[in-house]
Design a protein around this ligand. Structure first.
Ligand SMILES: [Fe+2]
Length: 332
């Protein structure tokens, strides 16, 4: 048994946000939309749990979608994967945070357990090992370490099978070899209005920013790169350095967890007007556009109304961010 540790020592230190996982009301409708409008390739399906996964090559999935379950979803070892919850609505299920290696994940897991951090469960997803945890607002975080040399081969072999089973973290067998994708072979969907580069950002409302900053600094181990309690927002980066997480103090009394939007980075500048026109032609609900010296972006809802931002960021200067006129949630 490990000696007790302090929460400040937990420090998972993920590299970046790797994916977002969402509950949707109609899986097939959403899969078709995310592919043909958002420009993400369908890479895997798990019919046994009503799930589908899309990627453009940065990782085994940028997006995971699960149809709102009518009954408890069971994984490959008979493990409860998603308990049924009749009150659940379409929206964020969890945020996937990519770890350096299995050994990093297991060591952080052991520190978390020793410090009494709120670890929820550990699983083997066949392509990755994962440790799940709820943050102070109830956002569900997945720290995962890829475990395969080529996820595409595994996904082909396991096509339509259940991927998720039990996993007991074991430092004596945990590999310290990084398995995440280094050379991105970016694949796009021909004809889609958007061609995102990677899943890049989650923007979340929190009820007590000071508590959240402490949690994301001490336990998650991300770096506060902009904002403060006084300013009402906080931006965090993983070890890669990209600004992956935006937290915003709520002052409207509405409950959390409540995601504002999930962001995708574009690989370069876009002809914004043309993209918006094509999105509208495809039946997409375009919520707004941002054109600023630091950023160009378009905000679009999915078929369930979940908000996504697709952006190209020219600059990440905190002083400029504070001077932007748009709604705070879009500052990062
Ligand atoms: Fe996930």
């Amino acid at each position: 048994m490990n000696a007790p540790r302090s929460l400040q020592d937990v420090q998972f230190k993920p590299r970046r946000i790797g994916h977002g996982n969402f509950f949707v009301s109609d899986l097939e409708r959403s899969m078709e939309y995310y592919e043909n409008v958002f420009g993400l390739q369908v890479v895997f399906r798990e019919p046994g749990i009503g799930a589908g996964f899309l990627s453009n090559g940065n990782s085994h999935h940028d997006i995971g979608l699960i149809e709102l379950p009518k009954q408890t979803l069971i994984g490959r070892d008979g493990q409860v994967q998603v308990p049924v919850d009749k009150k659940r609505k379409p929206g964020l299920n969890h945020i996937g945070l990519e770890m350096e290696s299995e050994a990093h994940l297991v060591a952080a897991y052991e520190r978390a357990v020793a410090a009494g951090a709120p670890v929820h469960r550990t699983v083997d997803h066949t392509i990755a090992y994962s440790v799940y945890m709820f943050d102070p607002d109830g956002y569900y975080l997945e720290f995962y370490a890829d475990s395969q040399d080529d996820w595409r081969v595994i996904m082909e072999e396991k096509s339509e099978q259940l991927l998720t089973g039990n996993w007991t973290p074991d430092p004596s067998v945990a590999s310290d070899v990084p398995k995440y994708v280094v050379e991105t072979e970016r694949r796009t969907v021909e004809g889609a209005p958007l061609q995102p580069h990677r899943a890049a950002r989650a923007s979340l409302f929190v009820k007590d920013l000071a508590t959240s900053i402490e949690f994301y600094t001490d336990i998650v181990g991300m770096t506060l790169v902009a904002g403060s309690v006084h300013e009402g927002y906080a931006v965090f980066a993983g070890t890669v350095g990209s600004w992956d997480l935006g937290l915003f103090q709520t002052d409207d009394g509405k409950p959390t967890p409540r995601m504002h939007h999930f962001g995708f980075e574009l690989s370069g500048p876009i002809e914004l007007e043309t993209v918006v026109e094509r999105l509208r032609e495809a039946g997409a609900r375009v919520e707004g556009q941002i054109v600023h010296a630091t950023k160009q972006s378009v905000c679009v809802r999915d078929p369930d109304g979940i908000l996504f931002e697709f952006y190209f960021q020219q600059s990440r200067d905190a002083a400029e961010l504070r001077n932007l006129p748009e709604e705070p949630a879009f500052l990062v």
